[in-house]
Design a protein around this ligand. Structure first.
Ligand SMILES: Nc1ncnc2c1ncn2[C@@H]1O[C@H](COP(=O)(O)OP(=O)(O)OP(=O)(O)O)[C@@H](O)[C@H]1O
Length: 252
C-alpha cells in the first residue's frame, strides 16, 4: 500500500526553483532517509508534501482533507522548542487530537498510546515534568513521542535526531526501524550519513535542484555522488556489526 506519492513535484519560492521533477512513492514498512546538503530543500519537500507550502505536481497527502491527513501522517517539524508550560504527558497527548472531538475526553486507548510513546522515547519517568524545563534534546524526544502517539501509518520528521546524545540518536533510529518492521512508514531528514546507512531501508538524495538518487543506502551513496553533491569522501565497509560509513574529508 502506498503511504505517500509525489509525482512531478516541484516547489518554487520567491521566484526561485527549490527543486523540480521529484517523483517517488513510499510503501508500507519503509524507513526512508531524506538526505542532502544544507539548503537542498529537504524541509521544503516535506512541508509541501503535507500541503503546508504551495507546490506544482501531485502529493497524495496534500490531496487529503485536513482531518484525513492528520490520521494519515504525523509531522515533527525542525523547530522543537516547547513554549507551553504543561507536562510532558500533556504535550504527548496532543498527538491524540485528531481522534478527539473538542468536547471529548481522552479514552483508555488514547492513554495507552501516550504511555507507549512515552515508554518508546524513554520519557516515562519525566511524564509529570514541565516540558518547558527540559533540555533541548529532551524536548526533541517529547515531540517525537507526540508524533508516535498520533499513531499514523506515516511519520514525517525533520532532523529528529539533531541535538540528541549518541545513545538517544541510535535509540530513535531503532524506533523508526521498529515502526517499519510493524508496517509503519517514515520519511526522515537526516545529516548523519553513518546512522542513515545503518538504519534506513532506503535513501532519497536531494541536491542540484532535484532528486539525485533513490534506493538502498549503499547504492545511493556512491563515491561519485558524495563528491558531487556533498563535496566529501567517505569510508564504507560491511562489518560483522552491519554497514559502517564514515565521512572522511572535504574534497572541494
Ligand atoms: N519561505 C521561503 N522563501 C524563500 N526561500 C525559502 C523559504 N524557505 C526556504 N527557502 C529556501 O529554500 C531552500 C531550501 O531550504 P530548506 O530549508 O528546505 O533546505 P534543507 O535541505 O532542509 O536545509 P537544511 O539541511 O539546512 O535544514 C534554501 O535555499 C532556503 O533559503
Amino acid at each position: 500500500m502506498t503511504r505517500l506519492n509525489l509525482t512531478d513535484f516541484a516547489v518554487r519560492l520567491r521566484g526561485r526553483d527549490i527543486f523540480r521533477d521529484v517523483s517517488f512513492s513510499i510503501g508500507e514498512g519503509e524507513f526512508v532517509g531524506l538526505i542532502g546538503p544544507n539548503g537542498a530543500g529537504k524541509t521544503t519537500l516535506m512541508r509541501a508534501a503535507l500541503g503546508l507550502l504551495p507546490f506544482e505536481g501531485h502529493s497524495s497527502l496534500a490531496a487529503c482533507s485536513e482531518g484525513e491527513r492528520a490520521q494519515q501522517a504525523a509531522w515533527m517539524p525542525q523547530a522543537r522548542e516547547i513554549a507551553w508550560p504543561v507536562t510532558v504527558e500533556t504535550v504527548v497527548m496532543l498527538g491524540r487530537t485528531p481522534y478527539l472531538s473538542s468536547l471529548q475526553q481522552a479514552k483508555a486507548e488514547d492513554h495507552a498510546k501516550v504511555d507507549a510513546a512515552l515508554e518508546q522515547m524513554e520519557l516515562t519517568g519525566m511524564r509529570q515534568r514541565s516540558a518547558t524545563y527540559l533540555s533541548g534534546g529532551e524536548q526533541a524526544r517529547v515531540l517525537i513521542a507526540r508524533a508516535l502517539a498520533q499513531d499514523t501509518p506515516l511519520l514525517l520528521a525533520d532532523e529528529p535526531i539533531a541535538g540528541l546524545d549518541p545513545a538517544h540518536q541510535i535509540a530513535t533510529m531503532e524506533t523508526f526501524a521498529a515502526l517499519a518492521a510493524q508496517g509503519k512508514s517514515s520519511l526522515v531528514s537526516l545529516h548523519d550519513l553513518g546512522l542513515a546507512v545503518r538504519h534506513c531501508s532506503r535513501l532519497l538524495l536531494l541536491g542540484d535542484g532535484g532528486l539525485v538518487a533513490d534506493g538502498p543506502p549503499e547504492e545511493v551513496l556512491t563515491p561519485d555522488r558524495l563528491a558531487r553533491v556533498f563535496g566529501i569522501s567517505a569510508w564504507f565497509g560491511q562489518t560483522d556489526k552491519g554497514p559502517v560509513y564514515q565521512p572522511l574529508e572535504v574534497i572541494r
